[in-house]
Design a protein around this ligand. Sequence first.
Ligand code: DAK
Length: 257
Amino acid sequence: MTYRTVLTETRGRVGIVQLNRPQAMNAFNTAMLTELFDALEVFDKDENIGAIIVTGNEKAFAAGADIKEMAQASPFQMITEARVEIWDRIRGIKKPVIAAVSGWALGGGCEFALSCDMIIASESAKFGQPEITIGVIPGAGGTQRLARLLGKQLAMEMVINNRTLTAAEALHFGLVNRVVPVEGYLDAAVAFAEEIAARAPLAVRMAKDSVNAAFETSLTEGLKAEKRNFYPLFSTEDQKEGMQAFIEKRKADWKGR
Ligand code: DAK
């Protein structure tokens, strides 16, 4: 597929998808959503890729869904059109997805970043859910993910009263993993992703699935999910190699099997 609204590149074992509608602050129109998820799924299937970064530009990660495209939609169109269900495809990506956020992450842009597994923010990053200012509410998970991550009070303030969080606040409240200078923010995210991409691939996959289980179920069910992911790793070559390498005081050579 040739992309018009995203750019892709690989650096070592890291796949990068860059949102590329700078004239519209990277607002998600149907074309960009389709291409973004296609690119993510291509990297997810590529065994030479160990981690994926989604980024925008220095000024805007993404300013949300494309308001101009959505403005005249009927409820029926909102429910049935591909652009709605497409957002859920992020949950099917098995490899770690890291959002490298600089500038605005608003509405669906904030929600997409929250759907990723980790966030590296530049010092200029700003997170917010301004849907209330255009007469609606978040529809891609913002009310749920923010409430789980930040607690009820701050989530309420963001969703009901358009409170935005600076990068420093987002770090303070645990919404992002690191805050880095604007200049070179993508390089910093790549360095972060490279470390993950160099780890044992099957263990990374099981680790991601296990942590995500914590958001889906009770503690009892979550602990069962962790065990279901833990035991099969003892059937992998990488488990034998990892433990033997520790014993022999050498670096493990991962095979991904
Ligand atoms: N949609 C369309 N165009 C946008 C846009 C957006 N979200 N955000 C910015 N643009 C366009 C502007 O219209 C302008 O275009 P021209 O006038 O030049 O043609 C251009 O980008 C530059 O924007 P500004 O001139 O406004 O730039 P500023 O630096 O002054 O301000 C800003 C930047 C990001 C603060 C501002 O543009 C802004 O407030 N943008 C709107 C932010 C917003 O309200 N976002 C929430 C959108 S609603 C769902 C899934 C997802 C969603 C809902 C349901 N389901 C699965 C059910 C998501 C909904 C949303 O995200």
